[in-house]
Ligand binder design. Structure first.
Ligand SMILES: Cc1ncc(COP(=O)(O)O)c(C=O)c1O
Length: 433
């Protein structure tokens, strides 16, 4: 039931606490990312508190349905972060229900060196071997040649992110995956809204993952999703997400299988409650209905967010193209329409300045910058000297991206005025050289 007084109070609260301040060039920060929301997020979040349910409930049910429609994925499981989504996606493939295709310790999984650590960590956490390949400078993605060269008799899966929202070369990857009977996990954490040949990313892999941290296309504060098209994969995902239990009932529901007290599994007594039978070494990475409620309000804004990210990217690209003798910008993968996560810039070798000069200049003018996540992951203490990883070929481009690459924001909170200011600031910087 609608509570008009609550709605009125929240509208007023929103206006008094979160009203946008006038943009002052050089004074107001232009961050790389941020939350864009209105009173609806506050209202839904409050309603989720007031209904007293708190664990996954009505909001989660609605979000899963709507998200599945938006992306075109049949099954959606919500988790508490994109990192958890990757962990659950990978772990699900270790389920023995997949027979000889189940991932086992020692199996190799192809991934890239330049990306986010938690795309790779689940491989190591499950005692499989990540095989690192180089990224392409222009697309920032893995290339099909790199993937093919990394194949070995032990290769069982490919786990890759659509870097900064740029879809991978999916036709080629899918052909290879089919030919070699490999699993393909699509990390779409930065790519919600990106499409490839008209289809949303997240519908190409066996399993795909999303993040709803504030930097991403929509947010719940913290949150993520694992999506799949096949029921067996969905069941394994739910089992690993929900403590490892065999039962796949939604939170708060019982007897989805209609055999709750009729199972006889392992050495358990006949009819032992299915809700308390464990068939996996699982986790609990579910989220709360308060988070999902905020996400549901955000999901309604997704079409506008996608439009704005694309438009901001386009304006930066057009405005900065004149500097392409010194700077390399991202190019969309063939056949794709990215919903960009950020605007990446690589400072060319021939430039009369270093990346650090440009980055520090932008930061001094209040324009936020970020590294391309970890750069070359293998240079980080956590990965250095490990014997449970393999390298395929040189990581020349990963080093270039680490040393000379960075990105600036395109998120929907970046206004026309801010874009004009960013472009003016680049002009001022370039005049010095
Ligand atoms: C490609 C990629 N995968 C996974 C993650 C992890 O998501 P989360 O921060 O929600 O754990 C991120 C985070 O930004 C990411 O960029």
């Amino acid at each position: 039931m609608r509570d008009v007084s609550l709605e009125t109070f929240i509208k007023k609260y929103y206006r008094s606490h979160f009203r946008l301040k006038k943009f002052e060039p050089g004074v107001t920060p232009v961050p790389v990312s941020g939350k864009v929301f209105d009173d609806r997020e506050l209202l839904f979040g409050t309603q989720a508190v007031l209904d007293g349910w708190w664990t996954e409930g009505e909001f989660a049910e609605k979000f899963e349905k709507d998200f599945s429609m938006v992306v075109g994925a049949r099954y959606v499981s919500l988790v508490n972060s994109g990192s958890s989504a990757n962990l659950i996606a990978f772990s699900a493939l270790t389920s023995t229900v997949f027979g000889e295709r189940a991932l086992k310790p020692g199996d190799e999984v192809i991934t890239v060196a330049t990306g986010f650590p938690t795309t790779v960590n689940p491989i190591i956490q499950n005692r499989c071997i990540p095989v690192f390949i180089d990224n392409d400078i222009a697309t920032k993605n893995a290339t099909i040649d790199g993937i093919k060269k990394a194949l070995s008799k032990k290769t069982k899966a490919i786990m890759l992110a659509h870097t900064l929202g740029n879809p991978l070369p999916l036709d080629e990857i899918l052909a290879l995956v089919k030919e070699k009977r490999l699993w393909f996990i699509e990390d779409c954490c930065d790519a919600l809204g990106s499409t490839y040949k008209g289809k949303h990313v997240g519908t190409f892999g066996d399993i795909a993952t999303f993040s709803f941290y504030p930097a991403h296309q929509i947010t719940m504060g913290e949150g993520g999703a694992v999506v799949a098209q096949k029921p067996l994969l969905h069941k394994a995902i739910r089992q690993f997400r929900d403590w490892g239990r065999d039962c796949w009932c939604d939170t708060g529901k019982d007897d989805t299988c209609h055999r709750r007290f009729k199972w006889q599994l392992g050495d358990l007594p006949m009819g032992y409650d299915h809700k308390y039978i464990y068939s996996q070494i699982g986790y609990n990475v579910k989220l709360t209905d308060m988070q999902v409620a905020i996400g549901l309000a955000q999901l309604g804004k997704l079409p506008g967010f996608i439009k704005k990210r694309k438009s901001n990217f386009g304006k930066l690209y057009t405005g900065l193209l004149k500097y392409s003798r010194f700077l390399t910008f991202s190019t969309a993968e063939n056949g794709s329409d990215p919903c960009w996560f950020g605007f990446a810039i690589v400072v060319n070798k021939n430039a009369p300045f270093f990346k650090l000069d440009l980055v520090q200049y932008l930061e001094s003018k209040k324009i936020g910058t970020r590294s391309l996540f970890a750069g070359n992951l293998l240079k980080h203490p956590a990965y250095k000297g490990r014997t449970d990883i393999r390298l395929s070929g040189a990581l020349t481009n990963s080093d270039v991206l680490m040393e000379n690459g960075f990105w600036i924001g395109v998120y929907p909170g970046i206004s026309e005025e801010m874009i004009r200011y960013i472009l003016r600031t680049f002009d001022m910087f370039m005049k010095q050289w």
